[in-house]
Design a protein around this ligand. Structure first.
Ligand code: MG
Length: 498
């Protein structure tokens, strides 16, 4: 093999990775500790670093090394490294710099317009910017190229190698079954008492409990931090992961499940192999796989009865005002289901319907079947059809998420992919570890983490996401695992046949 070329490629890529890390830490700082007065300097730092990053990613030397290496005999891992660096290089170089800049500047004005439109509940204040953004993203997709439909070129950034035809198929096998489950739960008229998790919980005690949770699940605080931000997120590398959560004095679910969710993302980051550090093999393979890790820990483990059979006594030690709460009350309170308007506040069952609505809208918009001015009405119709409720305002409807103002088309479906993958992974773990429940009930999380480390985390970008799932679980991505999981869990909670 071309040893020299490979060493040089790794060197160039490590520089790119370090710049990436600096950008991530600066944006983490901006969301957590940065004083407001520093915003202009921060914007300057970010724009200079982003320009350097872009220059380095599109350095013709990378293109040359990749094409030499592609012609040589390479082992599986080296060939994956070359393939992934080559993919990023080709994508970035195919988009003209003018277009990159135009998208960036449109993002900031569109974001502001979206914020104002949402505040005033006036879609027309946002629509001209959205029209512009859609046009720019279409141009980007045309530059990058695609085999099948235009949406694929955008989806590829977040879920590499995925095709919207496959996602459409996966989602359509899911939609009617989800609508049916939601309908049965709603029509049962059963309302679960949530008040046990809506008492008063001093923020400091919540912080201590969340630190404890992250640690028990396996998060390494020598190589990461847990801080506070308005919207929880995780960024970083295997050596330094920054995650955040948020606290509300009268809502225990918010901080606890945000923390478990972000810990799931962080455990993935901490699970890459040190040997592969500063290569694509020490990076998450897709947002869908990343989200499968966060949703696995948050929902499948964190909202399970065995989990709370261990954690409730610990919770009571942190919050004596929870002393009267029974395991059954706690388990049910963290698993309420009901149609809602806002995605980020929705439950395990309805969440994916929110995503499907956006996915159907996005693909329609990109294919020119849905005009921007038709969005509000169509959005509301779909909410009525799938969730049985109609948003009274656009602020609670199509203006609720920031994504479109930032041009993040192709991003939403990865949330549902994550949920589907998480249930499939759960079934595979259960097969290997039939006593999973009793392990969780005794807070024995290490074997579960090892399973994930071995089959998912340590692989980085070695395989395309679909292949990774197939190798890890023994079968191709399939929505049945998720439906089975939901039916079993929520039939029990609601005492009805789903
Ligand atoms: Mg997430």
């Amino acid at each position: 093999m071309a040893e020299e070329e490979y060493a040089r490629l790794r060197e160039l890529y490590s520089e790119i990775s370090y710049i990436d890390q600096a950008i991530n830490h600066l944006s983490w700082d901006q969301e957590t500790f940065m004083p407001p007065g520093a915003i202009l300097d921060r914007a300057g730092q970010m724009s200079v670093l982003s320009a350097i990053h872009h220059r380095k990613v599109t350095d013709p030397e990378i293109g040359r090394l990749v094409s030499v290496l592609e012609k040589s005999e390479l082992g599986e891992e080296v060939s994956a490294v070359v393939r992934e660096i080559g993919r990023a290089y080709r994508r970035q170089t195919s988009i003209p710099e003018d277009l990159v800049k135009e998208i960036a500047s449109t993002q900031s004005v569109a974001q502001q317009a979206w914020q104002n439109a949402r505040k005033k509940d006036d879609f027309s204040m946002f629509s001209p910017y959205l029209v512009k953004m859609v046009e720019l993203k279409k141009r980007e997709a045309e530059c990058v190229g695609y085999d099948d439909v235009i949406y694929d070129a955008l989806l590829d950034v977040y879920e590499p190698y995925a095709r919207s035809s496959e996602i459409t198929e996966l989602f359509s096998s899911l939609r009617s079954r989800l609508v049916d489950i939601v309908k049965k739960i709603t029509e049962s008229g059963i309302v679960i008492d949530e008040t046990v998790v809506r008492r008063e919980y001093p923020i400091e005690d919540q912080k201590a409990f969340c630190d404890h949770l992250a640690k028990v699940l396996g998060f390494d605080f020598d190589k990461g931090r847990l801080d506070i931000s308005a919207h929880p997120f995780t960024s970083g590398t295997r050596r330094d992961v920054r995650m955040t959560t948020r606290f509300e004095i009268d809502n225990l679910k918010n901080s606890v499940f945000s923390t478990i969710h972000e810990t799931g993302h962080a455990l993935y980051e901490q699970g890459y192999l040190e040997n592969n550090y500063l290569t694509p093999l020490a990076e998450g393979v897709s947002l869908g796989i990343h989200e499968s890790q966060s949703r696995f820990w948050e929902n499948i483990i964190g909202r399970s009865r065995p989990f709370w059979s261990h954690m409730l006594p610990e919770l009571k030690r942190h919050f004596p005002n929870m002393n009267d709460v029974t395991l059954d009350q706690m388990f049910r309170a963290v698993n309420t289901v009901g149609p809602s308007l806002i995605r980020t506040e929705s439950d395990e069952v309805t969440y994916n319907l929110h995503i499907m609505i956006r996915y159907e809208m996005e693909t329609g918009i990109m294919e020119g079947k849905i005009g921007v001015d038709e969005i509000p009405e169509l959005w509301n119709d779909k909410y009525e059809e799938y969730l049985g409720i109609r948003p009274p305002t656009n602020a609670d409807g199509c203006l609720q998420d920031i994504h479109w103002s930032m041009g993040l088309f192709g991003y939403f479906p990865t949330y549902t992919l994550g949920n589907l993958y998480s249930a499939q992974i759960y079934n595979a773990i259960l097969r290997d570890m039939p006593d999973l429940g009793s392990r969780v009930a005794s807070a024995e999380f290490a074997p579960i983490l090892s399973w994930l480390r071995e089959r998912i985390h340590s692989k980085g970008k070695l395989y395309p996401p679909k292949v990774l799932i197939e190798k890890a679980t023994g079968s191709a991505p399939d929505a049945d695992h998720f439906i089975r999981y939901l039916k079993e869990k929520f039939s029990g909670i609601y005492g009805i046949t789903l």
